[in-house]
Design a protein. Structure first.
Length: 298
């Protein structure tokens, strides 16, 4: 029964990793940009949400509703001022630009908020610790909500891409930008919309981070690693592959932690490395692997 409980907790943890990875996977699928500032921007979203609801004296849920449009606007600014110019200079420049953005974001947050850890657990009431009892199993209400949010985000994104005009334009841009442009698609606007949407997903991940634990200005690095590992483990480059990757990572960490707490992180990294080696061996190298990841995204 302990094993079943570990698997359940790993599954729910995987929902957080899938939510965290969704924005990274989506942005890479559309623009072939690995956003090294992804984790730092999630932490920024958590701080923005905290500032909004504490300053205005409203509930954290209302703070989340106000934070998401701010993150979307930041996505537009990010695309127009950093990603769009860097995309014209080769694949390495966006990587360096987002790395610089991560350093800038971390240090600005440290300058404003200091090194103290923050969290929303005390502000969301019983949701932070309540659980449902199913026989010998205990299911966290908060983790279940985060998992359901991840499924809803990925499912909604799937519907957007397959059923709407903007979704079809995003898919066309992801598949072949030159052909999409010749067909009359404003690919620049599409990329701006994609960045805004990705940042909304980043904001949701930041809210989940603050609700389920603590965070500080330098918490972005580990979040980026988890998101990247979930994307690679998912492997297919599909939206649901991101969910699968997050669940596999979450279960690996939980099972490792059940053996020894020191193995929690190592178990997840080991699974990631093993999957990466297998995929690189089949795909002919890392460049070939990431080209395949992009083409299969939609």
């Amino acid at each position: 029964m302990d094993l079943l409980n570990d698997l359940l907790q790993g599954l729910l943890l995987g929902g957080y990793y899938a939510l965290l990875a969704s924005g990274l996977s989506f942005l890479f699928g559309v623009m072939r940009v690995i956003n090294l500032a992804h984790g730092s921007l999630a932490v920024l979203g958590a701080f923005i949400m905290m500032v909004i609801y504490t300053t205005l004296g409203i509930s954290p849920l209302a703070g989340l509703a106000l934070m998401l449009p701010v993150m979307a606007l930041l996505g537009v600014v990010l695309q127009l001022l950093i990603l769009e110019p860097s995309l014209k200079s080769g694949p390495l420049v966006p990587l360096l630009a987002t790395f610089g953005l991560a350093l800038f974001t971390d240090n600005v947050l440290f300058s404003v908020f200091g090194a103290d850890t923050q969290g929303f657990a005390a502000d969301i009431g019983d949701l932070s610790y309540n659980s449902w009892s199913i026989g010998p199993l205990y299911v966290s209400q908060l983790d279940t909500l985060i998992f359901a949010t991840a499924v809803a985000v990925l499912g909604g994104l799937q519907v957007l891409l397959s059923k709407t005009q903007i979704g079809r334009m995003i898919r066309a841009t992801a598949e072949d930008e030159d052909a999409a442009r010749l067909s009359g698609v404003d690919t620049r606007t599409v990329r701006v919309c994609a960045s805004a949407l990705a940042m909304v997903m980043v904001g949701l991940a930041g809210a989940a981070l603050g609700a389920r634990g603590s965070f500080d200005p330098y918490a972005g690095g580990p979040q980026l690693i988890y998101a990247f590992e979930a994307v690679v483990i998912g492997g297919t480059g599909s939206l649901w592959g991101t969910l699968i990757g997050g669940v596999v990572l979450g279960i690996a960490q939980t099972l490792g932690g059940s053996i020894d707490t020191h193995l929690t992180e190592i178990a997840g990294h080991t699974v990631f490395l093993a999957v990466l080696i297998v995929r690189l061996g089949r795909g002919g190298g890392i460049g070939s692997y990431f080209r395949t990841l992009r083409m299969r995204f939609v």
